[in-house]
Design a protein around this ligand. Sequence first.
Ligand code: 2NL
Length: 343
Amino acid sequence: MDQLLQQIENYKQEIAKLTTNGAESLEAYRIKFLGTKGIVKNLMAEMKNVTAEKKKEFGQLLNEFKQYAESKYEAWKEQLDGNTTASATSIDTSLPGDPISIGSRHPISLMKNQIISIYQRLGFSVAEGPEIEDDFHNFTALNLPEHHPARDMQDTFYIQQNPDWLLRTHTSNIQIREMEKGKLPLRIICPGRVYRNETISARSHCFFHQVEGMYIDENVSFADLKQTLYYFVQEMYGKDVKVRFRPSYFPFTEPSAEMDISCQICGGSGCSICKRTGWLEILGCGMVHPNVLSNCGIDPNKYTGFAFGMGIERPALLKYGITDIRLFSENDVRFLRQFTSAT
Ligand code: 2NL
């Protein structure tokens, strides 16, 4: 037993004196001390020759020695590894760097930005507002009567916490809030996400995007409305585009109209996209109802204005040849990557 303890002490001193150079001497060290036929294993085999009362003491010392030999190995190895990665020759600075992927604009954003920039050239500025809105700013102020179907629980998402709150069904709430500020004339374009409680399909979704706009000043006329919207579609679809206005009804405008453009697919001769009519419906518009103006503290005898609203999804589907509206919100990179260089 004493002889074994002396042996361990000697090995310890041997290890302590070793100079830690080169990978080869490290491997030789590993084989000699830690290998399957190495010193540590041999000492362990001696265990069976130790008397029962000394077994515990020897076992403890041997364990300490084993840990010491292993820690020497780890430290040595770390020193060697560190040296190789730090050496200048192992880094090839001429290799190309990791590519930085910059992503791409979403097709809805591309379409929205294009619409906005046209109106900005006409002097409109962008306004935004909340997606969670109260009943007044989404419905009441817009002259939407109590019994109007849009107010139905089935058509709109209400917030359980407060029955007066809902997800806005159009971006008109932005215009109401801007009118309430009382700074006239007002010339704004209002993009944003809106919600309807609708069954999701290839053609409609429970959320979508809209751009509304309005111009309020003294002496704003229906002629101003027509020319502004005509300029817009000419910028958007080219000088050859034809327009027509059909009488319509919205509670918040009077008179109201829908504007069609000549079909961009067939040029007006009739195809499946325009259902053989040669025309595509693109937006709704009208003169702001006097009740809406007075609901927002604007004198309808002094001021008039026009307003319009259009969806973003439908023109984007047409422009990019997309056939399913759900693709816009599935976040499939195979879809999104296709717009890397689109405008
Ligand atoms: C459509 C029709 C429209 C408006 C939106 C509006 C807003 C205020 C007052 C008056 Cl605050 N009008 N917005 C007017 C006419 C039509 O949208 O088809 N949108 C997708």
